[in-house]
Write a protein that binds this ligand. Structure first.
Ligand code: PLP
Length: 432
């Protein structure tokens, strides 16, 4: 083991934080609850690296949980944001940037003819569900176990991300009424989806999924499953919502809709679309989107929606995401996935590194993972040891075995090789 880096400043900040912020953090997984140890308080990011309050430098594979596809502080994104800041932080009135962003999203994302901007992925998914219910006049929502759609009440059932990390089956405070119209089925299970449609004839407004599930670890759709969802929703007059907050502008410029060729009715976007600023969006066919206020009766609004600084940063980032960028991301993911899989195989550690394009995660299991039950059955204690061994060597992985790893265009082949080399050392301790 290398000598543990000093974490005195983070420890002091964490102690102070826990007195004034529940758990010391503003989003649960940041607390390192399932991996142990002191969460690192960050001071700045540069490219593929993070620097903490003690001056430790880490190669970052969290990248703000996805938004920073170009790395920290990409100069063009920074310049766009600074320029916008100098012209005003927020107007509460429309701007040209919002029109350009909506056109950019429409041009990139299959299914999207019109777009509404919001401030978080939670809002995007929640609003898309409301719109689907309003547009169909139906109540029932079908979601999949382990899929995460933010923390709005109706969607906070059997959810992934922090809910999975902390093993919370359901959250207190979410009433039976709020989830009475939410039906949860296992991912990749056609029979269960068919049964849900039989049980709710004419009642299902929308089937919501992460087309590339990445909040219970990465658990790809099996061959034909997205096509099946497209067919069964269309045949029953229900809408299909792809929550692409994670996969949008990441697995391809047009997200999973482009990558899989399956075109949903509604798409939720976040993370990459905002360039690291609080911005998200949802979109779909003009027919459905025109049901939103002020054109239609379905209400949705936001003081900071389409914030000019976030829009400028998002546009600057999206402008740089061309075919070469996605090729570059895939190459980096290839190198890391092959490297890690090789390390685990050589050490005799049963592990799988499932992926879709540049989205991937590590499961310590010899069994195939096709749903949430499979993701939970992986050895999360072993993941915690892996995480801590990597952290001690300066490689910052997601502090939960239920989260994806993120590469950015700022990661160099040398960076990734150094991570594989560190994993090689850590893997020896995993067999012990
Ligand atoms: C991150 C995420 C959300 C929630 O977005 P926030 O910006 O954290 O509210 C919703 N859906 C998916 C698929 C996500 O990955």
């Amino acid at each position: 083991m290398p000598s543990m880096p000093t974490t005195r400043a983070s420890q002091d900040l964490y102690a102070r934080a826990r007195r004034v912020i529940p758990g010391g953090v503003n989003s649960p997984v940041r607390a390192f609850g399932s991996v142990g140890g002191t969460p690192r308080f960050m001071v700045h990011g540069e490219g593929a690296h993070l620097v903490d309050a003690d001056g430790n430098r880490y190669l970052d594979y969290v990248m703000s949980w996805g938004p920073l596809i170009l790395g920290h502080c990409h100069p063009e994104v920074v310049a766009a944001a600074k320029d916008a800041i100098d012209r005003g932080s927020s107007y509460g009135a429309p701007t040209a940037g919002e029109v350009e962003l909506a056109e950019t999203i429409r041009d990139a994302v299959p299914a999207v003819e019109m777009v509404r901007c919001v401030s978080s992925g939670t809002e995007a998914a929640m609003s898309a569900i409301r719109l689907a219910r309003g547009a169909t006049g139906r109540d029932t929502l079908v979601k999949f176990g382990g899929h995460y759609h933010g923390h709005s009440d109706a969607l906070l059932v059997d959810a992934g991300s922090g809910v999975a990390t902390f093993g919370l089956p359901n959250s207190p405070g979410v009433t039976r009424g709020a989830t009475a119209d939410t039906v949860v089925v296992p991912w990749n299970d056609r029979t269960a989806v068919e049964a849900a449609f039989r049980a709710h004839p004419d009642g299902i407004a929308v089937v919501a999924c992460e087309p590339v599930p990445a909040n219970m670890g990465v658990v790809p759709a099996e061959a034909g499953f997205l096509e099946f969802l497209r067919e069964i929703t269309a045949a029953n007059g229900a809408l299909l919502l792809f929550d692409e907050v994670m996969s949008g502008f990441r697995v391809a410029r047009g997200g999973a809709g482009e990558h899989s060729g399956v075109v949903p009715d509604l798409v939720a976007l976040g993370k990459v679309v905002g360039g690291g600023y609080p911005l998200a969006a949802f979109g779909g066919s003009a027919d459905v989107m025109r049901q939103l206020a002020p054109e239609g009766p379905v209400y949705q609004a936001g003081t900071l929606s389409g914030n000019p600084v976030a829009v400028a940063a998002g546009l600057a980032q999206l402008r740089l995401l061309d075919d070469a960028a996605y090729k570059g991301l895939a190459d980096r993911a290839d190198q890391l996935i092959e490297g890690l899989q090789g390390v685990f195989d050589a050490a005799g550690v049963p592990a799988a590194v499932p992926r879709v394009a540049s989205l991937f995660s590590v499961f310590f299991t010899g069994e195939p993972v096709r749903d949430y039950a499979g993701a939970r059955a992986a050895d999360h204690g072993r993941y915690a040891r892996f995480f801590n061994g990597m952290l001690a060597r300066g490689h910052y992985l997601p502090p939960s075995g239920y989260e994806a790893l993120f590469v950015s265009l700022a990661h160099t082949p040398e960076d990734i090789a150094s991570t594989v080399a560190a994993a090689h050392e850590v893997a020896r301790d995993l067999v012990a």
